[in-house]
Design a protein around this ligand. Sequence first.
Ligand SMILES: [Zn+2]
Length: 421
Amino acid sequence: MTDRLYYTDPYLQTFDATVETAERRGDRLLVTLDRTAFYPTSGGQPFDTGTLGAWSVVDVIDQDDGSIAHVVEIGSRPGPLDPASAGPEGPALRLERRTRLHGIIDWPRRFDHMQQHTGQHVLSAAFDRVFGVRTVSFHLGAAASTIDLAREMMPAEIAAAEAEANRIVWEDRPVAIRFVSAEDAATLPLRKEPVRGGTLRLIDVEGFDLSACGGTHVARTGGIGVVAVASWERFKGGQRIEFLCGGRALGRFRSLRETTTASVRLLSVLPEELPASIERLQAEAKDQQRAIAALQTELSRFRAEELAAGAAQVRLRPDATEARLVLRAVDADANGLKALASAITAKPGFVVVLLSASTPALVVVARSADVSLAAHQALSALTTKFGGRGGGKPELAQGGGLEAPAQAIFDAARAAIVASS
Ligand SMILES: [Zn+2]
């Protein structure tokens, strides 16, 4: 059993302890001590980091036998525990039973966890007291924390619980640690049924919340700073609430301030005008797209006229019927090519082969309704020769991925379509 110094003094940042076991696992060492201020991952709160002697603590594990294992990376610090006695196998082997070690907790990380964890007690208690809604689980993440509530909540209810939590924070109430027997605990108004028996450690937010908890908490609610709900979503029939306390809330405020400042500068509006201004921009963009589409339709009609006017009279395979052939490269995408080809072949007597200006090329082969050419067969002759793929119907076929200069494709198209004289 490791003596958990954080149970009674969560503000303890440094301590001295004696090694009880040191077990090598690959490039890591699992060290147990007679006492520790390092918090192991448990109850939704992540482990502490810091140093033990010259070693970096990279994980802290709550073991089944009641001991706490400190995981240190042997490769993490080349400096030996005792430089004079470092052997060829490195300093790891100097960590033996009864070695005295000085431990230092990474305090900013731990204090952040204390703020989030105590804030969670207060926020969960606020939902419980104001709306009778239980917290079914809690997760303290690296960037944000969540609680899962037993039912869905209205935004106004969430705001009311958030306000109540902050009232308690700003009243700066004491947060006491009490140890009681399971029998005594049964007579106390605990927010949640304790999961274990024996002596229970209770966290008592004066006059507001009493919960059995093994985590680390600030000594007064004022230390939480602020409880800010960042977002919420439906989750398993209940409500998941993402919240930030203290320093994390300030960090989020700063990042929102930066993005807001950048956005208002771009749009030259006040922050509260941002949504309306984005809506206006979206509406304008939609209008412009509609106008461009209309112009493109009109433009392709003009282009169609121009291309049709320049078309040469040819005799088609296989029966030497006459048609006017348009062979052109056009700066357009697949839809643009198709629209243009359709505009030309809307008139009787045309065969059209349009290529995109891009490489590899897109191609559209089309004909008027009164012309007896199989456009899909002509296209297939082109993709067979130049690669790429495509397909379609006798009146219109399109393809892409043709790897050849435009002139070579035109020559092949002419050979496939026009009867030799
Ligand atoms: Zn707690």
